[in-house]
Design a protein around this ligand. Structure first.
Ligand code: URA
Length: 433
C-alpha cells in the first residue's frame, strides 16, 4: 500500500476502505508517514467528507492505535462523559463526584486545555498536590477503592488521535464533523466506556456554531456508537456565554467547590442535572430522568457529593485543606473590577472572546508546551439577560500583569448591552439518542 495513492483517492472524492484507513493510522502513529502527507490527507477528508463506514473505520483504527482499557470489572455498564469543549466548562469536576456518590463507578481521563478552551486535567492540577499522572493500575485501583478517579489521558490512549488532533490544529482542520466525531469516539472507546454521554456544545464558544451542525455531529457520533456497540446519548448545550461565572483554572475549582456545597449557578446546574440524569439512566440505575435529577439534588443537599469530591482529591494526593478553605488558593496579583458604562440588559457575553482573553492572561496555552498560570482568569458578575446600571460591576479580571487601558476596553467591549430584555436561549437545547 502507498500513502500517495491513498491521498489521491481521497483528493478525488472517493471512499477509503478499512485497510487503507488502518494503513494510514498505523503508519502515521509510527511516524512512517510525514506530517505533510498526513496534512494533505486530513485536508482532503476535511473538504470531501467521509462515509459512515469510513468514519467508523477511522474511529476504530485510532482507538486501537494504543492500549484499550478494560473496565469490565466495573460491570456491564461502564459510563463515560465527554464535552466537545467550551469556556468555563467545569461540568466534569462537579458532575463526576456526584455520579460516584450515587454508587456509579467513575474512571475518567480528561484532556488539557488548548487555545480558548480549558481542560479538566489542568483545572484539577490547580489543587496543590493533586496528581493527574498516576499509572493505569493505580487508576483502576482508585476506582475500586473509592468509586472514582480522575486523571489526564495517558500517552498511550489513542495516540493516533493525539497526533492528528495536533496536526489539525496547525492546518485549520479542527471544525470537521467526521474528524471531531472520530476523535472523540476513539478516545471514549479506548478509555473503556460502553455507554457514553456527550455534551455537544453549540454557539459562539463552541466548535459547532449552529444547532444544525451540532445535530449533524451528534447523529454522527450516535451512528459510530451503534456501529461499535456503544450506546451514546448527546445533550446539546448552549455555549454562547461561558458556563457559570468563573473562567480560569483555580477560579473554576473554587466555583465547583461552591457548587458542590449548594451554591449552584443556574446554567451550570441545568447542564449537570441533564447530563447526570442520562448517566444514571445509562448505568441502569434509574429510567426516570426527572427522578434522576432529584437524586442528584439530594446528594448535593445531604453533602454526599461534596464528601466524594474531598475523598477524590485526597486519594489523588491533593491537599484537602484548600477545598475546606477556598481562601487558601493563591490569588492573582491584581483583581480588577470592570464597570458598565451604560444601563440596560446584557445581550451577549461572547464565550470565545472571554476564553481568548483568559488565555492571553495566562489561563490557557497557545502552544502545547506553554505553562499555565493557575490563578488568573475572569469571574463574571453578570450573565446574559441580567439588568445593569451604569457603574455596576460586570466582571473581575484576575491578572498577574498590569492591565492596560486598551486591554480593559477590549474586555469591556465583550459585554453587549441593549435596552430591551433579551430572550434567553435555554442552556439545554436538545437531547438526541
Ligand atoms: N474534542 C476532541 O476530543 N476532538 C476534537 O476533534 C474536537 C473536540
Amino acid at each position: 500500500m502507498n500513502i500517495l495513492d491513498i491521498i489521491a483517492k481521497k483528493r478525488d472524492g472517493k471512499a477509503l476502505n478499512k485497510e487503507e484507513i488502518e494503513y494510514f493510522i498505523n503508519s502515521y502513529t509510527k511516524s512512517e508517514i510525514t506530517d505533510y502527507q498526513a496534512a494533505a490527507l486530513i485536508m482532503a477528508i476535511y473538504i470531501n467528507g467521509m462515509t459512515d463506514e469510513e468514519i467508523a473505520n477511522l474511529t476504530l483504527a485510532m482507538a486501537h492505535s494504543g492500549e484499550i482499557l478494560d473496565l469490565s470489572k466495573f460491570g456491564q455498564n461502564v459510563i463515560d462523559k465527554h464535552s466537545t469543549g467550551g469556556v468555563g466548562d467545569k461540568v466534569s469536576i462537579v458532575l463526576l463526584p456526584i455520579i460516584a456518590s450515587l454508587g456509579i463507578p467513575v474512571a475518567k481521563m480528561s484532556g488539557r486545555g488548548l487555545g480558548f478552551t480549558g481542560g479538566t486535567a489542568d483545572k484539577l492540577e490547580s489543587i496543590p498536590g493533586y496528581n493527574t499522572n498516576i499509572d493505569i493500575n493505580k487508576f483502576i485501583q482508585n476506582v475500586e477503592n473509592i468509586g472514582i478517579s480522575m486523571i489526564t489521558q495517558t500517552s498511550n490512549l489513542a495516540p493516533a488521535d493525539k497526533k492528528i488532533y495536533a496536526l489539525r490544529d496547525t492546518i485549520s482542520c479542527v471544525e470537521s464533523i467526521p474528524l471531531i466525531a472520530s476523535s472523540i469516539m476513539s478516545k471514549k472507546i479506548a478509555a473503556g466506556a460502553n455507554k457514553i454521554v456527550l455534551d455537544v456544545t453549540v454557539g459562539k464558544g463552541a466548535f459547532m456554531k449552529t444547532k444544525e451542525d451540532a445535530i449533524l455531529l451528534s447523529k454522527q457520533m450516535i451512528r459510530i456508537g451503534k456501529l461499535t456497540n456503544r450506546e451514546t446519548v448527546c445533550i446539546l448545550t448552549n455555549m454562547d456565554e461561558p458556563v457559570g461565572y468563573a473562567v480560569g483554572n483555580s477560579l473554576e475549582i473554587i466555583e465547583s467547590i461552591r457548587f458542590l456545597k449548594g451554591d449552584m449557578p443556574e446554567d451550570l446546574k441545568k447542564v449537570v442535572l441533564e447530563l447526570g440524569s442520562y448517566m444514571i439512566k445509562l448505568s441502569g440505575k434509574g429510567n426516570d430522568i426527572e427522578e434522576n435529577k432529584n437524586k442528584i439534588l439530594e446528594n448535593i443537599k445531604n453533602g454526599k457529593a461534596y464528601e466524594k469530591f474531598l475523598e477524590l482529591v485526597k486519594n489523588q494526593g491533593g491537599d484537602i485543606s484548600y477545598i475546606e478553605n477556598i481562601e487558601k488558593f493563591k490569588k492573582a496579583k491584581e483583581i480588577i473590577p470592570v464597570y458598565a458604562i451604560e444601563e440596560g440588559y446584557i445581550k451577549q457575553i461572547n464565550a470565545q472572546d472571554i476564553g481568548r482573553f483568559a488565555c492571553d492572561l495566562g489561563a490557557g496555552r497557545i502552544k502545547k508546551e506553554d505553562e499555565i498560570e493557575k490563578e488568573v482568569g475572569v469571574v463574571l458578575n453578570k450573565k446574559v439577560s441580567d439588568k445593569v446600571k451604569k457603574g455596576d460591576i460586570l466582571a473581575y479580571i484576575h491578572s498577574n500583569k498590569n492591565i492596560k487601558e486598551d486591554e480593559y476596553n477590549k474586555f469591556l467591549n465583550i459585554f453587549k448591552i441593549c435596552k430591551e430584555k433579551p430572550n434567553i436561549q435555554d442552556v439545554i437545547i436538545d437531547v438526541i439518542y
